[in-house]
Write a new protein. Structure first.
Length: 433
């Protein structure tokens, strides 16, 4: 039998930490983007080609992360008893975090009303901004209807979630089969003794492969940043700085003030342990623009922080597309900001509607690239904005969304780690506050 997950030694890390490498990749990529733009600078190759190579690394990370989550959930059920109480605590912690996120974002927008600065200037601003990329239409799965979202999570076959990379469906199946395997183990089924080490070994092999791919992340970041900066340039920030500053303020206050306080006061992890120990995961999330692709690094960081393996996997594997505080907060703040800019007075009831729509968007669009921006038109429509206003607003914020999207992913990673820390605190003997 392999040693339990808690006893597995963490692999030694040498050289520059991954986080430092990512920062260097961002800096070099930004310089290449500013200097060369979209023009070739190495024969017929340029920043666009670097970006395409970088996206291949991110695609491989996401492809490997899907089987990792399946195996992690199955292995967790076999090695640790995960009961309904743990899931109840998980849901309670997530709802508390979302509530605090909404309080932060809506307080900023209702007290300072920054959207009023754009009132009457939307057409002028739109004329000054050249969108670097077209926004894709929302996919058929993008909906705010909870019943349709639920129906979309039920697969037609057990292999469909793996083929289509449908993470929520995969997690649901993994929980179902994991619980069944746990029941057989508790009954003393002889086949489980043979199957358990196989699942554990596959999980460790997948984790090892993912960590190898993660070493290429700094180079991927370099290429993607060079591509995006080369397309957009830096002039666009002069026009859109207010929107960018407001959204980032909400995301950063929630993630860098509320999260560390909860980790410290409730989870008994100091800000240095939480933010410092989780820096590699956060920077990987910022650079890959995906909390899913960051899962192996998140698990490693939580292990280094001495968080129990069961709590880490429930949060990072099962909850990685449910702990979407970053997307939910962005949807609500961006919608209220744009409503203010168009002169719509929002009552408390309207803002509650926006919050509920943002929550459904954050859960219903899980796993879709650029999810926050793609689903934003649905939330704007739910707030009552006419189609013409939505059509005018979306292209305006596209040029800075690539920055906000990466911060959203970083916030989601911090949320995953906080939920794991709090779960571990409450699930340990004597851990109740």
């Amino acid at each position: 039998m392999p040693p339990p997950p808690e006893a597995r030694p963490a692999p030694a890390r040498r050289g520059l930490p991954l986080g430092v490498q990512v920062v260097l990749g961002v800096a070099v990529g930004a310089v290449l983007g500013v200097v060369f733009g979209s023009q070739p600078w190495l024969g017929r190759y340029g920043n666009e080609d670097l970006g395409a190579l970088g996206l291949l690394v991110i695609r491989l990370l996401k492809a490997l992360a899907t089987p990792l989550i399946l195996l992690a959930v199955l292995d967790s059920f076999l090695t640790t008893a995960i009961g309904p109480r743990t899931f109840g605590r998980f849901v309670t912690i997530c709802l508390t975090n979302i509530t605090m996120a909404m309080l932060v974002g809506l307080t900023i927008l209702n007290v300072f009303q920054p959207g009023l600065a754009w009132r009457g200037h939307i057409e002028q601003l739109t004329g000054q901004v050249v969108s670097p990329a077209k926004l894709s239409a929302p996919p058929p799965s993008a909906t705010l209807d909870p019943l349709k979202n639920l129906a979309g999570y039920v697969p037609e076959s057990v292999v469909e979630p793996l083929v289509k990379n449908s993470l929520v469906s995969l997690v649901l199946l993994a929980i179902l089969f994991g619980a069944a395997l746990r029941r057989l183990k508790d009954r003393g089924s002889p086949g489980i003794a043979t199957l358990e080490p196989v699942i554990t070994s596959l999980f460790e092999a997948t984790t090892t492969a993912l960590m190898w791919v993660a070493h290429a992340v700094p180079f991927a970041v370099l290429g993607i940043v060079a591509q995006v900066v080369g397309r957009s340039g830096l002039e666009v920030f002069r026009v859109l700085w207010l929107f960018l500053a407001v959204i980032l303020a909400g995301l950063l206050i929630h993630s860098l003030v509320y999260y560390p306080l909860m980790a410290w006061l409730v989870g008994r992890k100091s800000p240095r342990q939480y933010l410092g120990g989780g820096s590699d995961a956060v920077l990987t999330g910022l650079s890959t623009n995906s909390s899913l692709a960051t899962v192996p690094v998140t698990l490693r960081c939580l292990r280094d922080m001495k968080v129990g393996e069961a709590s880490a996997r429930v949060s990072a594997c099962i909850g990685t597309n449910l702990n979407n505080d970053g997307i939910i907060l962005y949807e609500a703040m961006a919608t209220v900001f744009i409503c203010q800019a168009f002169g719509y007075d929002l009552s408390l009831a309207h803002q509650v509607t926006i919050v509920l729509a943002s929550v459904m968007a954050g859960v219903g669009i899980a796993g879709v690239p650029e999810a926050g921006l793609i689903v934003l038109p649905l939330v704007l429509a739910a707030a009552g904005l006419p189609e013409a206003a939505v059509a005018a607003a979306i292209p305006l914020i596209v040029p800075v969304d690539w920055i906000i999207a990466r911060v959203r992913s970083g916030v989601n990673v911090l949320a995953d780690m906080l939920v794991a820390i709090l779960l571990d605190r409450f699930d340990r003997p004597g851990g109740r506050a």
